[in-house]
Design a protein around this ligand. Structure first.
Ligand SMILES: [Zn+2]
Length: 175
């Protein structure tokens, strides 16, 4: 039997290494990408992302400069574990205050520690808002709760771990 093309195999393995995919879905994606998909567009986007700088203040790519300047009396500092949670919050409330996206949650079992989540940058970012209490949007899981507890302990700030809905209530109450 003919062996698989090497780059096809490498692509399968690379996709299989992404969270939440699995070997069979990785196969389907790889085959579609190689033989039917628009690999050029995907490759262009990935190349741009690879060369994008992470903003030290909010930990997102392609952030506008000085994203959090001008409001050092902010009452709240929003931390979300994912871009998706921030997106959900943005759809419900017009929040323009300081924020930070972790892009993950602490999980020793998966090798995700404080440095993978840029916790030092988060601490420095929070420091700039001495009056702000923290609203931490993380999943309702062991990892999500551990992440929130870690942030409260390290920053020494008050606040609470919140759902998107609860964050909206709190933020609206102070409009
Ligand atoms: Zn930023």
């Amino acid at each position: 039997m003919a062996s698989r093309p090497r780059d096809y195999q490498l692509l399968c393995e690379a996709i299989d290494g992404l969270p939440g995919i699995g070997a069979q879905a990785a196969e389907r994606l790889a085959e579609w990408l190689v033989y039917r998909g628009d690999v050029g567009q995907l490759s262009d986007i990935l190349t741009r992302i690879k060369h994008s700088e992470h903003c030290k203040h909010c930990n997102r790519i392609q952030c506008q400069q000085d994203c959090q300047s001008g409001d050092d009396a902010a009452r709240f500092f929003v931390v979300t574990s994912t871009e998706m949670l921030l997106e959900q919050l943005s759809m419900l409330v017009d929040y323009c205050g300081p924020l930070f996206v972790l892009h993950g949650e602490l999980s020793p079992a998966n090798g995700t520690g404080p440095s993978q989540l840029c916790m030092d940058d988060l601490l420095a970012s929070v420091e700039a808002f001495p009056d702000a209490s923290l609203l931490v949007l993380s999943s309702d899981s062991v990892e999500g709760r551990t992440t929130a507890e870690y942030i409260f302990r390290r920053t020494g700030r008050g606040g609470e771990r919140v759902s998107v809905e609860r964050a909206c209530e709190i933020l609206r109450g102070h409009d």
